[in-house]
Ligand binder design. Structure first.
Ligand SMILES: Nc1nc2c(ncn2[C@@H]2O[C@H](COP(=O)(O)OP(=O)(O)OP(=O)(O)O)[C@@H](O)[C@H]2O)c(=O)[nH]1
Ligand SMILES: [Mg+2]
Ligand SMILES: [Zn+2]
Length: 347
């Protein structure tokens, strides 16, 4: 194997999403001893990593996710160092243990995909947008399947009601125009992800950007437009154009945790009003001097939107508290286990 030329190496790293932000975290000596690699897939016990002339599977590491950068220690992979993240998207996992689940690291743009059909839900879009804002990732709403409806502009107007600053793009995911419409966010060196329910066209869009049909897609159920959960794992695809694209499996549920800042940004109008309520702990229901209710009375605030906001704020507070308690419990348990081990070893 011939060694890559400097220029080659720089080009390959850039296509993987490497930037000054990461380069600044290591000395050049460290970078040549432990080369930077990006995690493109996380399996139960292994990680798929890609770097300059490097594409391999290594044993799993704790607390990492797709999109993370490592300084790769080839002799002892488990000593590889995780670089500080530019952004991190996480949610509270569904199911009983309700753990925090890391979804993706170091994204620049989150394309939140929904179709112009029964999949559309403003409340769900708001969740995704709040999650992206919290993570420091630019959210872009994509409305797919415009070829199957005559009401695309109605769907778009609803999505735009979340915020006038939000980009909303309507497209047919299978068409060549889709690539043109997404190009502003998909430049070389960028990392983008497709998020959304099953069957909305995330893999179709990834294929369109890649210019091939490498990823499997499957039609949705005609009765209710629900997808068939075709994609089962998150995978970062490094495209020849130099953009890194994360295709994800349809998420049934996104429970918010630790997104108070994201909610403030997503509901900036309501957040601004809230500052004028008479009481700091105003619940914006029947309290005297509530600026939010006053805005509702004057028709300035849309009631369903207010209700969705209150619901998300309550959910975030509850999940954040639950996870904080859980972390405390886990820490206490670890401490106890350690002291028991110590005690036993003394015996
Ligand atoms: N007509 C039309 N069909 C589309 C469009 N986008 C996706 N499809 C079709 O919808 C079906 C589902 O698309 P996928 O790309 O597999 O959806 P997905 O979001 O990756 O779904 P999961 O992997 O299950 O999460 C496929 O049959 C696609 O061809 C579109 O804009 N217009
Ligand atoms: Mg898919
Ligand atoms: Zn109030």
């Amino acid at each position: 194997m011939s060694l890559p030329t400097q220029r080659d190496a720089a080009g390959q790293l850039r296509a993987l999403g490497w930037s000054k932000y990461f380069a600044d975290q290591a000395t050049s000596a460290a970078l040549s001893k432990t080369p930077p690699v990006r995690i493109t897939q996380v399996h139960r016990n292994t990680l798929h990593i890609q770097g300059v002339d490097l594409d391999m599977i290594i044993p799993g590491l704790h607390g990492v996710t797709v999109g993370d950068w490592l300084l790769f220690d080839a002799d002892t992979p488990r000593n590889s160092q995780l670089l500080s993240r530019k952004s991190l998207i996480k949610r509270r996992a569904p199911g009983h243990d309700r753990k925090e689940q890391l979804i993706a690291a170091n994204l620049d743009t989150a394309f939140v995909v929904t179709s112009c059909n029964n999949d559309f839900s403003l409340a769900r879009l708001e969740r995704y947008v709040a999650m992206a804002h919290e993570a420091g990732v630019t959210p872009v709403i994509i409305l797919s399947k415009i070829d199957l409806t005559t009401e695309a502009s109605d769907f778009a107007a609803q999505a735009q009601s979340i915020s006038p600053q939000l980009s909303v793009v309507c497209l047919d995911a299978r068409s060549p125009e889709a690539i043109e419409l997404l190009r502003p966010w998909c430049q070389a060196g960028q990392t983008v992800a497709f998020l959304g329910s099953s069957g909305v066209g995330k893999s179709t869009l990834t294929n369109s950007l890649a210019g091939n049909e490498a990823i499997a897609t499957q039609d949705v159920r005609a009765s209710d437009d629900k997808g068939r959960h075709t994609t089962t794992g998150r995978q970062l695809h490094i495209l020849p154009s130099g953009c890194a694209v994360l295709d994800t499996p349809g998420m049934r549920e996104i429970q918010l945790t630790d997104v108070s800042v994201g909610l403030e940004e997503t509901f900036a109008d309501l957040h601004a009003l809230k500052q004028n309520c008479r009481f700091n702990d105003c619940a914006h229901k029947t309290e005297p001097g509530c600026a939010v209710q006053a805005a509702v009375a004057s028709g300035e605030v849309d009631v369903p939107r207010l209700q969705r906001w209150l619901k998300l704020v309550a959910e975030d507070a509850e999940n954040t508290k639950f996870l904080a308690n859980r972390k405390l419990r886990d820490r206490a348990k670890n401490k106890l286990e350690k002291s028991v081990t110590k005690y036993n070893s003394k015996k």
